[in-house]
Design a binder for this molecule. Structure first.
Ligand SMILES: Nc1ncnc2c1ncn2[C@@H]1O[C@H](COP(=O)(O)OP(=O)(O)O)[C@@H](O)[C@H]1O
Ligand SMILES: [Mg+2]
Length: 140
């Protein structure tokens, strides 16, 4: 895939970086002139992915979150990656209401799926990567 523009961002997996990473990603997507709804949906999806890396990936030791995004003429491709504990069974984890957290909704992946045009999750021990595609100004 050839991208017109690309960015990367690496941040510590801290809750105060959830809003930061979401803002950076949405400012980048804004270059495609998406509708307000497309922009808001994208922000929400990015937020869920980054929050998962903050909340679930690392135990006490902490770690980093790597965010990559690329723009085509009408879509943003984004990858949110951590090097944390990983997910044993991805398709199970993606089911609505499935959570290993306490007082969490288990709806993160469901929201990412609903609010983007494509969602892919790759994970193994020591690694989780969430890839999403969101179109701008296209009737779907
Ligand atoms: N980056 C990640 N690293 C490790 N586990 C994860 C990660 N993202 C998601 N998970 C696992 O997938 C489950 C479902 O995630 P999600 O749908 O966002 O629900 P919630 O975050 O509310 O638990 C989580 O409870 C967790 O067990
Ligand atoms: Mg979640």
């Amino acid at each position: 895939m050839k991208f017109n523009n690309e960015m990367t961002l690496t941040v510590k997996a801290l809750s105060q970086n959830e809003a930061f990473a979401r803002s950076v990603a949405s400012a980048f997507f804004a270059q495609l002139n998406p509708t307000v709804e497309q922009l808001e949906d994208f922000k929400t999806a990015v937020s869920e992915a980054v929050t998962n890396s903050v909340v679930h990936a690392y135990e006490k030791s902490g770690g980093t979150i790597e965010l990559w995004a690329g723009l085509t003429d009408n879509a943003i491709y984004i990858k949110i990656k951590d090097r944390g504990v990983g997910i044993d069974d991805v398709s199970k984890a993606m089911q609505p209401f499935l959570t290993t957290g306490q007082e969490r909704s288990g709806m993160g992946f469901t929201v990412m799926q609903a609010f983007t045009d494509k969602l892919e999750v790759e994970s193994a021990k020591g690694y989780t990567c969430v890839s999403m595609v969101k179109y701008a100004n296209v009737e779907n």
